[in-house]
Design a protein around this ligand. Structure first.
Ligand SMILES: Cc1cc2nc3c(=O)[nH]c(=O)nc-3n(C[C@H](O)[C@H](O)[C@H](O)COP(=O)(O)O)c2cc1C
Length: 353
């Protein structure tokens, strides 16, 4: 959490507001953190825990830890080189990186810094030809996994962002523009794609879009933004390859429920048929441990690595990853679980409030 004030000091108010905001009264943002307090650890004593193995396999690739970097758009808001220092940090820490649709650098430029193609996050466009073109670009860049984010389709009410924006006296137009065309012009991925009149969200979207997408590409398809068992079942029935439990870091709807509280029902509905990942409010090794104990395959972090990026560039992202890794390793040893596979339902319990 100490990286947050450091980032706040370096960022213009509007950019910090974009990072910090939840929706409405930021209750879901807070619920993401509070959810962890309901879960306690059940340490196991006198186990040889001189070593702990954090390696994690996802779709045949072995990562150093189960900690991944969530897709965050517009990273030039936070650092002059945007996604590139993040990719370099992910490379040096052998960490899974999911690149946003709204990346300020091309898939190829990011892949060069990362040493491999990243996973690619896709927002579902109401115009199918845009989706198709973006998917083809991701295929051409050899991205192995497509992550379809479905949680902001109905729009959102980011009041904290609005308040911060009013504190900012700079002219947005002078730097990055304010028109829709300016937004897309700064995203190389949209080069050559006609985006006239395209909305960022489309409440008319249905599971048909998911099934069509699945047929369109051989890439693995994950759905990001699932919070209930009903939707988890529909994911599996629609043939998706994985689920990310997420409420967009409390910036989709004001559900009032933390993602860690959503996780058990989603894991149960997935029934081991597809891996379940999660994000939202993960700030400590113990938070990550709790999600793994409840059946998550991996945990994505959002704001913390951006705080690191904003304050210290690549070194900041690396430090955030190192701290989380060290904390997770410590709690694994304390709980007598020396590999990720050993972390299970018996490692935690629920406190009634
Ligand atoms: C500034 C910001 C931009 C984001 N941009 C995207 C995005 O482009 N695509 C996406 O799927 N999720 C996006 N997210 C959501 C994150 O991927 C992730 O779900 C969330 O940040 C996790 O919560 P945390 O920040 O509490 O760790 C964004 C989040 C933030 C804070």
């Amino acid at each position: 959490m100490d990286f947050e004030p450091a980032a706040r000091q370096t960022l213009p108010p509007a950019h910090f507001g974009y990072l910090a905001t939840g929706v409405d009264d930021d209750l879901t943002l807070k619920a993401n953190r509070e959810g962890f307090n309901r879960i306690y650890l059940r340490p196991k004593r006198l186990v040889d825990a001189s070593r702990a193995d954090l390696r994690t396999e996802i779709f045949g690739t072995m990562w150093d830890t189960p900690i991944a970097l969530a897709p965050i758009g517009n990273q030039k808001c936070f650092h002059s080189e945007g996604e590139l220092p993040v990719a370099k940090a992910a490379r040096s820490k052998r960490t899974l990186l999911i690149l946003s649709t709204y990346t300020n650098y091309s898939l190829e430029d990011v892949a060069e810094s990362l040493g491999a193609p990243a996973w690619y996050q896709l927002y579902p466009s109401p115009r199918w030809e845009i989706t198709e073109k973006l998917v083809r670009k991701a295929e051409a860049a050899r991205c192995p996994v497509l992550v379809l984010t479905v949680d902001t389709q109905a729009g959102r009410n980011t009041e904290t962002l609005e308040r911060f924006r009013r504190l900012d006296t700079r002219e947005c137009v002078a730097c990055h523009g304010t028109r829709r065309e300016d937004f897309f012009r700064r995203k190389p991925l949209f080069a050559g794609i006609d985006v006239t009149g395209v909305a960022f969200s489309n409440p008319a979207l249905t599971w048909e879009h998911v099934r069509r997408l699945k047929k369109l590409t051989p890439m693995k398809l994950l759905i990001k933004g699932i919070e209930t068992r009903e939707d988890a079942r529909l994911c599996v029935e629609s043939g998706v390859d994985g689920i990310i439990v997420s409420n967009h870091g409390g910036r989709a709807e004001e559900s009032g429920r933390g993602t860690i509280e959503c996780l058990p029902e989603v894991v149960e509905a997935a029934g081991g048929r597809v891996p379940v990942l999660i994000d939202g409010g993960f700030r400590r090794g113990t938070d990550i441990f709790k999600a793994l104990a409840l059946g998550a395959r991996a945990v994505c972090i959002g704001r913390p690595y951006i705080w690191g990026l904003a304050a210290f560039g690549q070194a900041g992202v690396e430090r955030v990853l190192d701290l989380l890794r060290a904390e997770l390793e410590l709690v694994m040893k304390q709980c007598g679980t020396t590999s990720i596979a050993q972390i299970g339902r018996a490692s935690v319990g629920f406190r009634s409030l």
